[in-house]
Write a protein that binds this ligand. Structure first.
Ligand code: ATP
Length: 944
């Protein structure tokens, strides 16, 4: 039908595509959940307002369309106002297309096919869609005009860029055989396309169309269940073609051909939001491809671009004439008022609004009967054959009733039928020949497919080998990982050993620090002893000084006594001289007194000498004791120092031995590490080489595979191309030179196919031998690497055992050395404890001795003091007795002696006072010495 001669058609000026908008009501769920609406429809103005919230702002976007149908609009309203005029145009000979475009579930199918409820008693249901209503209108109008017509319908579905004929009843029985079910688009050689293998049903009433729709719906339902198909993801095209016989103004018989395409497009759902999985994404992608291409076609048409990408999808190829061509087009854009669909709604509104700018140049398709019959005969043969088959099946011939209204026409048609039957027989023969050709082609194709399968199997074998290699590679990787793990463990144990050695070293250092602390203590002790010596020396000097002072005081006192006695003697001498006469008789008494005094003084002198002697003796004892003590301490310290020195020297020697051993051990460890590192480095190099080789082989393999694929693809596509070309050429020429062409074509094809097969075999053979070579290379290399790896493992194990033995022996010797150290340290500490006890006991003994010495000295001094006191008392008593005797002798004699007596008294009293003073000073000094000794001994020496 695309092949009508347009020159005879009426031409109209370019008209814009009509775009109507339909907004569905809210769904029940939306009503229940009180979903807000964001779309307002003004049917009178033909305007739609969409309210958009961006942030806190609300913006309204207005879109104007040719017609707007709000949520309350009915099916009949839409049909009457927008579709019905187009149906009238179809009956005038125009080609018209109605697209339903919009988001999923916005009512495209509802608008086109209705709500599923069919007509009852010839009355359409209020839910009936555009298809039913159009069909009804066509029949009603044609019947009303009593026109002669033939009406045919076709129903196609495009899903994943594959076309399915929804009318082909036979084919639906072989759902598994995809090749029989799918039909293809072919170029008609005049710039148009036709659907090869598509069935067109001749219909005589609207009811038949309803039935067809019902059947197609059932089939689609079955397909949906079998292939997980859904109307949302497929495009459907329902076409009604009407050939109407008419009389032109010039009185010529003409045939007008009107066609109405009713297109229910796939839902324009956002692919990303659809949650499509891998398979679904492909589906969505393909649908998107069709929709995108439709969008691009619309854009190109709006922009009046030089290239319109009709060929990019099957949908646009099929509907090429419907947009921007000679067809009148109407787009019914469907939207939902729900806020949840706002984004898609805005897209639909933009898309539809833009489509309003598309212009097309509709033409009436009408031809004279003769030319139509002549020119379309070839095209009609196929269809007539089908019609004949259909009528044969029903055992009668069906033509529209109106075709038989006149006898002339009946005769003409009968003649025509005869002619056509003859032609049909001829065509049948041609068809048989063609069928044979087709069968031979099928065999060839089957052979080729078999060859391809064979190659595929080989390819799969190669892939399997590659997978095996990959598996081996993975295993080798695992072994490497295990060995790495082993090496890491070894390194870990080595680290632990080093840490242990460090801890031992730190313990030794700690012991060293202990020993140095002990040395410090010894030094401190020496210092204390030195200080004690100094204190003792100071005490000694102080005591000597005090004793000197005491001696001095005693000698001064003796001198003073002598002076005083001298004075007394002088006085007495003068007294004696002055009073020689008067005192002669008392001379004896004085002589006696003098003797008494002399004896007292002598006693005192002896006592003082005794004191001096006693002090010197005490001092000598004390000094000798101090000397003995200091000699003891010196000897003791010297012995201890000697012992400590020896001990320290031994310890130092031990330490240096240990350090030497540690150094040796560290060196050995270092060497072991180096050995391990070198071995690891060598093995890693080997493995890197191995991996590199594997990479090289793998890349070579993939390259070979790629080359094979490319070559095979090229050859196959070349073969396909050649076949296509050949088929196309044959299609054209077969009608004229079927026999010659068949022969030459068969020979040519055989030759080409043979050539291609030979080339394929050759290539496959070459690739297989290459692959085998590569695989044997890889195997050799892998076995080499395995051997190297085994050697490496053995060497590593040997090193590991050696290292462990070395570490064990070093550890043992270190332990021994340390035990030695510990024993010596314990001995040292025992020695120090003994020396400390000895020093303490020595100190205690010395203190006790000194105390006893000092106590004896004090006692002796006290005794001397008591003796002196008793001596002095005796002397005083004797003096008192002498004086009393003298007084009693002179009391009654000489008053003049009073002066002499007073003078003597004046000398004697100060002398007595001085004596008392001397006595008290002597006592004080003794006390001072005692205090000083106490202080020295208790506070400074004993350290209280
Ligand atoms: N204008 C309307 N009035 C009443 N019901 C409607 C209307 N539009 C759509 N519906 C209902 O909404 C549901 C979905 O509609 P429909 O299947 O026609 O959507 P669709 O756009 O064809 O979806 P898809 O793209 O998935 O094929 C149906 O149950 C239909 O009855």
């Amino acid at each position: 039908m695309e092949g009508f001669d347009a020159k005879c058609g009426e031409k109209l000026e370019g008209v814009n595509v009509q775009v109507v908008l339909r907004c569905r009501p809210l769904s029940e769920e939306d009503e229940i959940s009180r979903t807000p609406t964001v779309v307002t429809c003004d049917e009178l103005k033909g305007e739609v307002l969409a309210i958009q919230s961006i942030g806190n702002k609300q913006t309204e976007r207005a879109f104007v369309f040719d017609k707007v149908f709000g949520p309350t609009s009915q099916q009949v309203d839409l049909f009457t106002q927008s579709v019905s005029p187009l149906v009238s145009d179809v009956l005038e000979g125009f080609h018209c297309t109605i697209f339903a475009y919009g988001q999923t579930a916005t009512g495209k199918t509802y608008t086109m096919e209705g709500g599923g409820k069919m007509a009852k008693n010839g009355e359409l249901h209020s839910d009936a869609g555009v298809i039913q209503r159009s069909a009804q209108k066509c029949f009603e109008e044609l019947e009303a005009k009593r026109a002669q017509y033939i009406m045919k319908v076709s129903f196609l579905e495009i899903y994943n860029e594959e076309i399915t004929d929804l009318l082909s009843s036979k084919k639906w029985e072989f759902l598994d055989d995809k090749s029989t079910r799918r039909i293809t688009l072919m170029e008609d050689g005049k710039g148009g396309v036709f659907v090869r293998g598509m069935e067109e049903d001749i219909v005589y009433s609207a009811d038949e169309i309803y039935k067809i729709l019902e059947n197609a719906a059932t089939r689609r339902h079955r397909t949906a269940n079998l292939l997980n198909k859904h109307s949302s993801r497929s495009h459907s095209i329902f076409s009604i073609t009407i050939h109407i016989k008419d009389i032109s103004r010039e009185g010529q018989e003409i045939i007008k051909t009107g066609k109405l395409n009713l297109v229910d497009l796939a839902g324009s759902v956002n692919v990303l939001r659809s949650g499509a999985g891998e398979g679904r994404a492909r589906e969505a992608g393909e649908i998107n491809k069709s929709l995108l291409t439709l969008g691009r076609v619309i854009n190109a048409l709006v922009d009046e671009s030089s290239h319109v990408p009709y060929r990019d999808s099957k949908l646009t190829r099929l509907l090429r004439n419907s947009l921007g061509g000679k067809t009148k087009a109407c787009i019914i854009a469907t939207i939902s008022p729900s806020i949840h669909c706002l984004e898609e709604t805005l897209c639909t509104l933009d898309y539809a609004h833009r489509a309003r700018n598309i212009k097309s140049k509709p033409e009436i398709n009408q031809k004279t009967m003769e030319s139509t019959m002549m020119k379309d005969l070839n095209y009609e043969i196929d269809h007539l054959k089908k019609e004949l088959n259909a009528t044969n099946e029903k055992n009668s011939i069906h033509f529209p009733r109106d075709c038989f209204l006149q006898e002339d026409e009946k005769k003409a048609i009968a003649e025509k039928m005869e002619r056509m039957e003859l032609k049909l027989k001829f065509k049948d023969k041609q068809l048989i020949v063609l069928q044979e050709l087709y069968d031979s082609q099928q065999y060839l194709t089957a052979d080729l497919i078999e060859e391809l399968d064979h190659n595929q199997i080989k390819l799969e074998g190669s892939e399997k080998m590659l997978l095996d290699q990959e598996e081996k590679y993975q295993k080798a990787k695992c072994v490497i990982r295990e060995n790495e793990h082993l090496i890491m463990k070894l390194q870990h144990s080595e680290r632990e050993l080093v840490e242990h050695a460090h801890s031992l070293r730190s313990e030794l250092e700690f012991n060293d620090a202990d020993i140095s602390r002990l040395l410090c203590k010894i030094e401190h002790k020496c210092n204390i002893e030195e200080r004690n010596q100094i204190i003792l020396q100071r005490f000694q000097s102080h005591l000597t000084q005090q004793l000197h002072i005491l001696l001095k005081i005693v000698s001064t006192s003796v001198m003073e006594q002598e002076n005083q006695l001298q004075e007394i003697e002088d006085e007495m001498h003068s007294f004696v001289c002055g009073k020689a006469m008067a005192t002669r008789e008392y001379k004896g008494w004085v002589e006696k007194l003098k003797d008494l005094y002399c004896s007292g003084i002598t006693t005192l002198d002896g006592l003082a000498g005794q004191l001096d002697q006693n002090s010197q003796l005490t001092f000598g004892k004390f000094y000798s004791q101090v000397l003995t003590h200091s000699t003891y301490v010196d000897d003791c310290l010297r012995g201890i120092t000697f012992e400590a020195d020896n001990l320290l020297k031994e310890l130092q020697t031990d330490f240096s031995n240990q350090i030497f051993k540690l150094n040796v051990f560290g060196k050995l460890q270092h060497e072991g590490h180096q050995r391990t590192a070198e071995a690891t480095r060598s093995i890693s190099n080997t493995f890197i080489n191995f991996l590199h080789m594997l990479d090289v082989h793998a890349s070579r393999l993939s390259k070979i595979l790629e080359e094979t694929q490319i070559v095979e693809d090229q050859q196959l596509s070349k073969l396909e191309r050649e076949f296509e070309e050949c088929a196309a050429i044959e299609d054209k020429q077969l009608l004229e030179k079927v026999v010659e062409m068949l022969t030459s074509s068969n020979a040519l094809k055989r030759k080409q196919v043979q050539k291609a097969i030979n080339a394929l075999r050759q290539n496959a053979h070459e690739r297989t031998s290459n692959l085998q070579k590569e695989v044997s290379n890889t195997q050799n290399f892998t076995s080499l690497i395995k051997e190297q790896w085994r050697l490496y493992i053995e060497e590593t194990e040997r090193h590991y055992l050696e290292n462990i033995a070395a570490v064990e022996s070093r550890r043992f010797s270190l332990e021994e050395g340390l035990n030695d150290c510990i024993e010596k340290t314990e001995m040292g500490s025992l020695l120090w404890e003994n020396s400390w006890d000895f020093t303490v006991s020595l100190g205690k003994e010395t203190i006790a001795l000194m105390e006893s010495i000092v106590r004896n000295g004090i006692e002796a001094n006290q005794k001397i003091r008591a003796d002196i006191s008793s001596g002095a008392t005796t002397a005083l008593e004797n003096l008192d007795a002498g004086i009393k005797a003298l007084q009693s002798s002179i009391d009654c004699s000489l008053e003049s002696d009073d002066d002499a007596c007073e003078k003597i008294n004046s000398i004697i009293i100060p002398s007595l006072r001085e004596q008392l003073d001397l006595k008290s000073r002597h006592c004080d000094k003794i006390l001072e010495i005692k205090e000083c000794v106490d202080k020295c001994v208790k506070h400074e020496y004993m350290g209280f």
